[in-house]
Design a protein around this ligand. Sequence first.
Ligand code: UDP
Length: 485
Amino acid sequence: MPKNEASLSPHVLIFPLPLQGPVNCMLKLAELFSLRRIRTTFLNTHHIHHRLLDCTDNHTYFTRYPLLRFDTVPDGLPEGNPRTGDQIPNLLNSMDAVAVPIFRQMVTSGGPYGPDSENPVTCIIADGIFTFAAEIAAEIGVPLLYFDTISPCGLWTYLCLPKLIEAGEVPFKDDNLDEIIINAPGMEGIIRRRDLPSFCRTKDLNDRIIQLVLKEDKHIPLAQGLIFNTFQELESPILSQLLNISPNIYAVGPLHAHLKARVESLTGPEFRPETSTNSIWKEDKSCISWLDAQASKSVIFVSIGSLAVMTKEQLFEIWYGLVNSGSKFLWVRRPGSVIGADAELEIPLELSEGTKERGFIVKWAPQEEVLGHPAIGGFLTHSGWNSTLESIVEGKPMICWPYFVDQQVNSRYVGEVWKLGLDMKDTCDRAVVEKMIREVMVLKKDEFLETAAKMAELAKSSVAEGGSSFLDFDRLVEDVKTMKI
Ligand code: UDP
């Protein structure tokens, strides 16, 4: 493209929080932009970028879309350091110190995406947690959109936090976690203390995460709009509340289904990219052949995502619950996900026998494919937002065992509002695990599957041509092309 043509055409720079969940869905957004012929730069940290490269069969992944480019910044942490859930504050501190100045240099005059470059950025899409993006975008005079990759219902509780603190609802005055929360408009009668994000359980309001969250209602309105990985039919009451903080909302999810639908709709001789899972762990596909040999809806899938961890005691409670439930199970046991269990575990005979008979364990699964497999009948999940949406699209009922951030809110909505499963939060007891699996997989199987199938239909319709997410993405594309600060 000649220089003047390139410098006039829209160029979106997407900067995700460098963790599996946000990278996964923001990269899908980048792929959707590329399919609409919008030049897109995806800014990864070195760490994430190398892991993405390592986990894909070959590098065609990165040349699949001619208009999608990758660039990288260091996250500032030594390579061997963990980047697990409890390390997020460290990661953010180190990004502030190391990545942010480099990012600023990239987009200002003299930088590769600065106004006088051959490739000036015309719109920045940053993770909603990146407060620095509002300042930098204003400084360089480029429109900014925030993409909050957590659930809108989760984000709404974050945004209500100042009010909850002012009203004395947070920190909690006593240990009664069943007390109903009053000052979260639109969630009346739904949310109890235990359903608020995990960080609300602190007594210390100076906690780094609380302090970060308290800034959300200040920087989000500075952006030209707010993108969500959700669909209107799932969360319209909450999206209406969010319009009070950002009048320009784009609900374009579920993004994995959205991308799949667009790729499938491509016809003719033009390129038809394979959709990918954007995984930063190597997927063990052997579980698919195992699933192929199982009866329809007979297997419960168990996974706690990329960041959550459990204790050894919790591992054994879940394990006994699975084995005692009598159901077949496919279990993702991510290395490092069981605290202090890197050495060989001593496994009781009944568990090893039960697992041999009915279970299959992998380190990392092709989760979207697994959830879409006919043998899967339910999902024991940590209620991460991507996992929740992936389960919804495939019509699979959930048993929710949330770990942190928005997951406590998501699991409440799954159980109480959407009736798509059971919320097991704050318990990890073999008898409860067994009982809930029996309920979802046997006793109330038809009821749950029916509700889940209806929601799956709504999700798929939203990303089909003319659906709510399809139209919101269309509006997003048009706005990105014309948006001015
Ligand atoms: N995932 C996967 N294989 C696994 C476990 C998880 O591909 O074995 C993917 C999953 O499909 C989802 C992401 O990892 O897209 C996890 O994101 P989520 O928001 O659910 O949870 P987080 O990891 O951020 O806590």
